[in-house]
Design a protein around this ligand. Structure first.
Ligand code: TYD
Ligand code: MG
Length: 455
């Protein structure tokens, strides 16, 4: 047999290289590439017999196609991001930074599911059974029938699950602790993580259980990150949040059985995560309405409107190259708005440091926030506070035009509900019902907005 060539795998994104390199070209991370045994987990074993399959019709002749059978968790924010509950026979990855609250969330979900009569097994490779039990007690989940197993070997886990005749719901916490006898690299490497995840996914498909794999986002190149199994699972959820803030957002990144633009919002407490049904109230909770440089953006997350404050600070720079620092928004997009302000509106920011922050550690992904960001920047530069009861939304094009965005009506309704009486939006926002008090201000161009703020 020819000698297998060494291969090198990035532990962050799974890219494969023929030789070692300090930086991964695929994901840009440093020191994440390690040597990997290419034959591990494949071949080696006895020759497998070929088996003939029988293709089936895409649309069955009799009856309708059933919806994916779902297991609802009773946690509305969690069901929202999964698209109505966990799907039987599917595997879901829940990723997030260590300590962000993944185990807490899943223990709460496990307890809720078991109270609804589902059989749930929580496989913990990180904590001993006693520790998991303590956590469950703190979360008020100790009275549930969740079964615990502290295992890390994949074959042992599968044997344990087999013994417990068809659990409905299995949580594996975490994939980085999994190791298989059939892969001969160290636990935590891409090969082991993939082999382990593959085995759990196969288990889900074969038995019809819903499997949730927990994956830590790793900064250290020696341990594989959750991205290396993203393509294998049916759904990917990321749990994110700022350590300085007490709420957490569960975001769908991939979902074969539901929408991918939903978020679930939770608030951390001593007794675990609490659902936040109206995130806008939370994000706007700590507003200082009289401060210059703050604008409220009426955003959308999937089907849900979310109001959030964006804060800008523009100050004369002592540096040759002024600073631009952004938290919660795309820095390339900020550069674009600064350029449009400069070229089309005569707002000179080339000698100013610009700091931009989205309140509460929230992250905005929509271009619809352009107008709110521009308003905050101009307000800070002019030193004039914006009206406290006004929301802004609209996309800014390179020509300085303000373009309409989707879901105008929903955004306005949410703003109204929260006591905002004014809105600044694109003049092209068609088919809006007439509003008697006429407090929706339409702007065609960014310069209209600048004129409005700076007088
Ligand atoms: P944990 O769920 O263990 O995080 P992960 O599994 O993502 O690493 O939570 C980390 C710590 O935060 C843990 O000590 C418990 C604490 N915590 C709370 O006290 N309340 C909460 O609502 C959450 C989510 C966590
Ligand atoms: Mg954990």
């Amino acid at each position: 047999m020819a000698k297998a060539r060494a291969r090198f795998v990035c532990q962050n994104c799974g890219a494969v290289y023929g030789q070692w390199a300090g930086r991964c070209d695929n994901c840009g991370e440093w020191n994440t590439i390690v040597e990997d045994n290419p034959t591990a987990g494949v071949g080696g074993g006895p020759q497998r017999k070929t088996r003939k399959g029988r293709p089936v019709a895409l649309t069955p002749l009799s009856g309708e196609i059933e919806d994916a059978p779902r297991i609802s968790s009773d946690i509305a924010e969690l069901d929202r991001v999964t698209g109505g509950g966990f799907v039987r026979g599917s595997a879901m990855l829940v990723g997030g930074d260590p300590g962000i609250g993944k185990s807490t969330l899943l223990m709460q979900a496990a307890a809720a599911l078991s109270r609804n009569g589902h059989s749930v097994i929580y496989v913990s490779g990180e904590e001993a059974t006693a520790q998991v039990r303590l956590r469950a007690q703190r979360l008020g989940a100790a009275d549930s029938n969740v079964m615990l197993a502290a295992e890390t070997n994949v074959e042992d886990i599968l044997a344990t699950l087999d013994q417990n005749k068809r659990p409905d719901f299995v949580i594996v916490d975490s994939i980085q602790t999994l190791w298989s006898d059939f892969a001969d690299s160290a636990p935590g490497t891409v090969t082991q993580v993939r082999t382990g995840a593959q085995a759990m996914i196969r288990f889900a498909k074969q038995t019809g259980a819903a499997v949730v794999l927990v994956g830590h986002v790793t900064k250290d190149g020696q341990i594989a990150g959750p991205r290396v199994v993203e393509h294998m699972v049916d759904g990917v959820l990321y749990f994110e949040g700022d350590r300085g803030h007490h709420y957490r957002i569960l975001r769908t990144v991939k979902n074969r059985f539901g929408p991918t633009d939903e978020i679930g919002v939770f608030e951390m407490s001593d007794a675990g995560l609490r659902e936040v049904a109206n995130p806008s109230e939370l994000f706007l909770g700590e507003r200082n309405e009289k401060a210059a440089g703050a604008a409220v953006f009426a955003g959308m997350e999937g089907t849900r409107p979310v109001l959030v404050e964006v804060q800008a600070l523009v100050s004369p720079s002592p540096l040759g190259t002024p600073r631009r620092a952004v938290v919660g928004w795309d820095s390339a997009r900020l550069a674009m708005i600064l350029a449009v302000l400069e070229s089309h509106c005569g707002v000179r920011l080339g000698q100013h440091d610009v700091y931009l922050n989205v309140a509460g550690g929230y992250r905005i992904t929509e271009p619809a926030a352009d107008l709110a960001i521009a308003a905050a920047l101009v307000s800070s530069l002019a030193g004039l506070a914006l009206p406290a009861d006004c929301v802004y939304f609209g996309e800014i094009s390179l020509s300085g035009a303000v373009r309409p965005v989707a879901h105008t009506l929903q955004r306005l309704k949410e703003a109204e509900k929260l006591g905002f009486t004014q809105a600044v939006l694109s003049g092209g926002s068609a088919d809006l019902p007439a509003r008697p008090d006429g407090e929706w201000r339409f702007v065609e161009n960014l310069s209209d907005l600048v004129a409005r703020i700076a007088g």
